[in-house]
Design a protein around this ligand. Structure first.
Ligand SMILES: Nc1ncnc2c1ncn2[C@@H]1O[C@H](COP(=O)(O)OP(=O)(O)O)[C@@H](O)[C@H]1O
Ligand SMILES: Cc1ncc(C[n+]2csc(CCOP(=O)(O)OP(=O)(O)O)c2C)c(N)n1
Ligand SMILES: [Mg+2]
Ligand SMILES: [Mg+2]
Ligand SMILES: [Mg+2]
Length: 327
């Protein structure tokens, strides 16, 4: 199985319909709701052994993260999350109190964003806990921020810092859940266990009214930037020195590994996007007023050929799409 190939083949079953504004291929689907609003829907699943182990997430973190990864996809559309449904596949060794603790973690995050649990499904499973969350959100008609909106001359930007989640995962896999940790170590671990979905930033970018292409960083910057380039059919060049690498990751793992984690580690759940150069200072300062860091990390150079390069000291190399891939 090859994740991206499989999805491309599955896409041939998706019929066109006037009410489907965005189907397979972006962070979430956009469908007509009424004259004023579009509905935004997404589903992401996390599986024991693949997305978490008992040694990497507390029970409450499993719930928190299962919802957070979906709020992140709604944020990547500029949408507002409203409702969620949860599907569970539960192996025999998991007991009821453990599952309820997972829900407590999910509820912590749901309350923060006013997202309401409206249903789900519960089945037994043979190997490993599986938790799949569907989030339904909304946005004003035709205002979604899509991956295919990048244009020549745009600034490429990223929110927050990158590489922390993969650093945190390294620490958790080597030290376990309950180790005594330094402040820097704690900071990385918390990003891995309880990533902060950028819903406020997504809404703020949408509110700007500017043409903005947007994607969230689940698989890694290298992979997400390729998705923007391919969806928009443009060539993007990033500047290595401008990538906002987590300072804690640099301190603990050194600059080279931290850079690798920022590019390919994934699960930072920050946003990466593009905006016209003239609008960049406005969105950067609006975000700053809300305490959100946005960094310019590159630019969109030409169209007609999707490519991504990394530039350093005047030399450029083609970025490999080495983010996380299932299969
Ligand atoms: N099994 C599937 N059937 C139908 N659509 C799918 C399937 N898996 C993924 N997709 C769609 O493919 C696109 C890419 O999915 P994915 O890479 O998981 O997005 P993201 O990284 O934003 O969560 C999305 O539009 C998603 O809805
Ligand atoms: C135990 C463990 N091993 C490895 C990882 C790293 N990892 C698992 S899935 C993943 C990518 C993100 O998940 P995916 O299902 O591809 O999310 P999507 O792109 O659909 O949002 C990463 C980096 C992890 N979180 N935990
Ligand atoms: Mg996404
Ligand atoms: Mg997904
Ligand atoms: Mg996702």
């Amino acid at each position: 199985m090859h994740e991206f190939d499989l999805i491309r083949q599955i896409d041939s079953f998706a019929a066109d319909h006037d009410d489907v504004k965005v189907g397979i291929g972006d962070d979430a689907a956009v469908t007509s709701s009424n004259a004023y609003k579009d509905m935004i829907s997404c589903v992401d699943t996390i599986c024991e052994g693949i997305h978490f182990k008992r040694s990497t997430l507390h029970l409450s973190d499993i719930g928190y993260k299962a919802l957070a990864v979906n709020l992140s996809d709604i944020a990547a559309m500029g949408g507002t999350p409203r409702y969620y449904l949860v599907s569970l596949g539960i192996p025999a060794e998991w007991d009821q109190e453990e599952i309820l603790e997972i829900y407590r973690g999910m509820n912590d995050l749901a309350k923060r964003y006013g997202v309401i649990l409206i249903g789900g499904d519960t089945v037994s499973a043979q190997n490993g806990l599986m938790i799949s969350v569907t989030v339904l959100g909304e946005i004003e008609t035709n205002r979604s921020l899509l991956r295919n909106s990048a244009r020549v001359g745009d600034i490429v930007f990223a929110s927050g810092t990158l590489g922390a989640s993969r650093g945190g995962l390294d620490l958790l896999l080597s030290q376990g859940l309950t180790a005594h940790r330094t402040e820097e170590e704690k900071a990385l671990v918390i990003v891995h266990q309880r990533p902060d979905p950028q819903v406020t930033l997504g809404e703020l970018l949408k509110e700007s009214g500017f043409r903005i292409a947007l994607n969230d960083i689940s698989d890694g910057l290298s992979s997400e930037i390729w998705e923007l380039a391919e969806a928009s059919n443009v060539c993007i060049c990033l500047e290595e020195e401008k990538i906002p690498i987590s300072a804690d990751a640099i301190k603990l793992f050194g600059k080279q590994s931290a850079y690798e984690y920022a590019l390919n580690g994934g699960e930072d759940f920050q946003l990466v996007g593009t905006v016209a150069k003239t609008h960049w200072p406005t969105i950067q300062s609006t975000a700053k007023e809300k305490g959100i860091r946005l960094s310019a990390i590159g630019s969109v150079e030409h169209e007609g050929d999707s490519q991504v390069f990394m530039q350093k000291n005047g030399e450029r190399t083609r970025i490999k799409r080495t983010g996380y891939r299932h299969g």
